[in-house]
Design a protein around this ligand. Structure first.
Ligand SMILES: Nc1ncnc2c1ncn2[C@@H]1O[C@H](COP(=O)(O)OP(=O)(O)O)[C@@H](O)[C@H]1O
Ligand SMILES: Nc1ccn([C@@H]2O[C@H](COP(=O)(O)OP(=O)(O)O)[C@@H](O)[C@H]2O)c(=O)n1
Length: 225
């Protein structure tokens, strides 16, 4: 039997190929997207990092998180930029690298409010669509709204407990508090977090990280055959 990853070594992905990986909070999107992108030799694009950067920018500027006019004006005057590096995306505002300040409890709490503003979403959508394909894009609405024409679409889930357990391993916090915060963010993000009708749904709970990556690579290969 052929190794699941073998075909990708020789395959060339053309400039139209976009793979989307959406899902709920802490379902494994960035780790999986990074692994799939590495196997395909293309960059991955973390849309969530841009939303986190928008929230961080609002907090830094002291803007109310629900003031759409002020926030969109701020983004126009001080644009964000995503550097879709294969070894980990980075988000900048001007020359300032915001990346080290984006995975904090403060940003976790603020980001859904900022992401609910249509003006902010439009600004980020435009930025994402300006990035040159091929790439793997991960977030909430990559397969539904931003790249509806994607080559292959995936939607990751896992139970809140499993996701909280994974976050415990990354952040020094109580598992119950993490699970409560994840459930709350899922609730606030529900509007833009629906799976595309043509997305493959994957429950990552019973799978290893590499198992999820391999499953996606097999399906991308099939979609591209
Ligand atoms: N089967 C799995 N699928 C995806 N991620 C997993 C799996 N098992 C463990 N993880 C871990 O879960 C954590 C959360 O993944 P992450 O990529 O940050 O999720 P997201 O981008 O959805 O927030 C990471 O530390 C990742 O390595
Ligand atoms: N395409 C996207 C990606 C993220 N987001 C928002 O950005 C936040 C952070 O996204 P993320 O992907 O970094 O979050 P995690 O799932 O990694 O915790 C989410 O909670 C959403 O509010 C969004 O609205 N649309």
């Amino acid at each position: 039997m052929r190794n699941a990853r073998q075909p990708h070594r020789t395959q060339t992905y053309n400039a139209t190929v976009i793979v989307t990986i959406d899902g709920v909070a802490a379902s494994g999107k960035s780790s999986v997207a990074s692994g799939v992108a590495r196997a395909l030799h293309v960059p991955y694009v973390s849309s969530g990092l841009l939303y986190r950067a928008a929230a961080r920018a609002a907090l830094n500027a002291g803007l109310p998180l629900t003031d759409e006019a002020a926030l969109t004006a701020h983004l126009r005057a001080h644009p964000l930029r995503l550097d879709a590096r294969a070894d980990g995306n980075r988000a900048y505002q001007g020359d300032t690298d915001l990346t080290p300040h984006l995975h904090t409890d403060e940003v976790d709490d603020a980001v859904s409010a900022v992401a609910a503003l249509p003006g902010v979403r439009a600004w980020i959508d435009d930025h994402l669509r300006s990035l040159p394909a091929p790439f793997v894009a991960e977030g909430r609405d990559m397969g539904t709204n931003v790249f509806p024409h994607a080559t292959a679409k995936f939607y990751l889930t896992a139970s809140p407990r499993v996701r909280a357990q994974r976050r415990v391993n990354e952040r020094d916090a109580d598992i119950d508090a993490i699970e409560t915060a994840l459930r709350e963010r899922d609730r606030r993000d529900a509007r833009q977090s629906q799976p595309a009708p043509d997305a493959h749904l994957i429950d990552t709970g019973p799978l290893t990280l590499q198992g999820v990556i391999d499953l996606i690579l097999q399906r991308v290969q099939a979609a591209h055959a």
